[in-house]
Design a protein around this ligand. Structure first.
Ligand code: GH3
Ligand code: MG
Ligand code: MG
Length: 342
């Protein structure tokens, strides 16, 4: 069995925190002679400033300092920089076992005794930077996996998993602060035909076209997702359903006018819209989703290539109906009916 390749040693950024300038320089010079970039900090304020301004790979931390000692500073760094693991080596008095115990509890990785010997320092520095390189590689991998787990590759949009998280967060925020909040469900019309007529690759091309359209036309704070298959969702915080229908119409029209640029030729899509203000106060995610789904179903059954708003009979949305926008408002007897229908 062969050992995995070791990462090549590269120059790192070493921070020395010590109120004793001579001691700090001694450690700093040795690290610099080994080819590393060095920053010195006399106290916790300077140390945190360096941390905020640059990417530190290793810290040599004096245990005893005025104002805030090395233990407290280590705890602060550990709590602030959770996504980036930086090894911290405590520099303590010889045989100071109490300081070592406190250091470990605060989050120290290793110890050096004062006066610091060159060889000891070099050994600690090399070992700790090896740990830093390995954790940095893991952190990078975690970031990549996070993207893979939450982004849909074909469309470049966030996926169903991210939708579920954002939907729950935004809905509870809207309910807590009694703000408007709407959601849109898009479904490409007769998509199966595209696959059947032109093949799956062309179907994918159309999905990718919709993804680009959403990325270009949906602006923050609205959020677009590929919900699954050929269905897409948009969350529109602080927006009433009637106002969200303007965005829905813009996307529907854009797709109708531009989808001929794909190998499938001109296509259409249908949209269902629902907003919390049309439902009971504190509507659940299931109720809101069911309402949007119901509206989408009506958009399909009433001829496709249109947007439908879920609305309760007699609500303001029903009176504002604008046929020119081909936005159809669906009268539904009551919220409970919709909840039951889901
Ligand atoms: P409607 O107008 O009622 O929405 O009809 P439809 O044909 O679009 O609806 P249906 O839900 O029956 O068809 C969806 C199709 O989408 C079926 C499935 O094979 C296809 N599909 C789902 N995901 C993908 C994908 O990632 N790529 C491709 N090419 N096709 C997909
Ligand atoms: Mg579908
Ligand atoms: Mg479809």
């Amino acid at each position: 069995m062969t050992n995995p390749p070791q990462p090549a040693p590269t120059s790192a950024h070493v921070l020395v925190v010590d109120d004793d300038v001579t001691s700090a320089r001694h450690i700093g010079d040795l690290a610099a002679n080994l080819g590393h970039r060095v920053s010195l900090a006399k106290n916790w304020v300077e140390a945190l400033r360096v941390f905020a301004e640059s990417e530190i790979d290793l810290v040599f931390m004096d245990a005893v300092m005025p104002d805030m000692d090395g233990f407290k500073l280590t705890q602060l760094i550990r709590s602030r920089y959770k996504k980036r693991y930086v090894p911290i080596v405590f520099v303590t008095g010889l045989n100071d076992s109490k300081a070592r115990q406190l250091g470990v509890e605060a989050g120290a990785d290793d110890f050096l005794s004062k006066p610091v010997e060159d060889l000891e320092l070099r050994v600690r520095l090399t070992a700790m930077l090896r740990i830093r390189r390995l954790t940095a590689a893991l952190e990078e991998k975690t970031r990549e996996l996070e993207i893979i787990a939450t982004e849909d590759k074909l469309t470049g949009l966030k996926n169903r998993r991210r939708f579920d998280e954002a939907f729950a967060t935004e809905l509870s925020r809207a309910n807590r602060y009694q703000k408007a909040f709407s959601m849109l469900l898009f479904d490409i019309d007769h998509f199966k035909r595209i696959n059947d007529t032109f093949g799956h690759a062309v179907g994918d091309e159309v999905l990718s076209f919709v993804g680009k359209m959403m990325r270009d036309l949906v602006r923050v704070p609205d959020m677009a997702f590929r919900y699954g298959g050929e269905e897409f969702a948009i969350l529109t915080p602080e927006t009433r359903a009637q106002d969200a229908s303007v965005l829905a119409e813009r996307l529907r029209k854009y797709f109708e006018a531009n989808s001929h640029k794909t190998s499938a030729g001109a296509q259409t899509l249908s949209v269902g819209i629902a907003g919390v203000e049309e439902l009971s106060p504190g509507a659940s995610a299931e109720e809101l989703f069911a309402a949007a789904d119901e509206a989408l179903y009506r958009a399909k059954s009433s001829g496709r290539n249109r947007c439908c708003i879920h609305a309760i009979t007699g609500s303001p949305a029903t009176q504002d109906e604008d046929p020119a926008m081909s936005t159809v408002v669906i009268p539904v007897e009551s919220t409970n009916e919709v909840a039951k229908a889901s």
